[in-house]
Design a protein around this ligand. Sequence first.
Ligand code: F6P
Length: 341
Amino acid sequence: MKRFGILCDGGDAPGINTAIRAISRASFEREFEILGFSDGFEGLIHNDVKIMTKQAVSGILNEGGSILGISRVNPFKDPKYTGLIKENFKKNSLTLLMLIGDRDTVVIAKKLSDEGIPSIIIPKTIDNDVYGTDFSVGFYSAVNTISNALDNLHATTSAHHRLMIVETMGRETGWLALFGGLAGGADYIVIPEVPYSLENIARHVENRKNEGKNFSIIIVSEGTPLNEEIEKSLEKDEFGHPVSGKRRIGYYIAENLEKMTNIKARTTVLGYIQRGGVPVVEDRILATRLGIMAVEYAAMGKFNGIVGIKNSEVVFTPLEDSAYKINIADTKYLELARLFF
Ligand code: F6P
């Protein structure tokens, strides 16, 4: 008889509920029990828990957000939290934790395993930066949102003959800007993985103008670094990441390009819209496959790892091979996108 605790850690992403449903249904099939902790590690710390039933996970396949809630709480911030987590893990007779989480969750899980608490991670993040999987749950839904936004922005930007700088989320990686820009036909893509220069962007915009294209859409990932001074002064979250939107890279590029090209420039920061909405089919299928396989691995006694997808196959990556690493954006997609700039 196995008993799993599910919790959602980090930022939300479309497809979390699909994963909760898959883990739960696969567990019920094997007569394993599932406990759901509210609001991520906060629920485990305060023992805010409920038994998951077939009814509780019914009708949630296509719902955004998380029926269990989610939080970005560092359980190692205070030794008291770690003690409470160990106590509640034992009190609830858990076999292991099913963590629907991101890159920070992998580090937390590694530290928990050192404390004797086993887990399996189902990677979800719109940033797609978890090492050990080609794609994380939620990424394609966010790309879909970005692509739709670019369709809308094309109309207004071309009508006004302007420059539109579109800022996406993505932290230190450029997956969202890259795939969103490729899918939505951006005229220039700026990502942290590739150094950029304002002069090159300005030249490109002017070349387009000379070819009769009197507007340009430039997409930029929020984590593209600015100068050292600004980087140091940025407000950080509990895990040391700059708070989303504070770098204002989209505004920085717009202000400078306007001066350099004499073309009016505007900025659209897509923000949390990218995290909402219903999961697209790719995320529904991914979350379902990973959720079911997480239970299979647990049944086999395989844990302390990430259940990911590589070359369309579900794979298991041990925590120590993933923690502290980043899945950076594959720049071969930028080569493809450049063909259309
Ligand atoms: O990790 C997902 C993400 O949406 C990042 O793209 C963004 O920088 C961050 O979360 C925002 O997090 P929060 O919800 O803590 O503001």
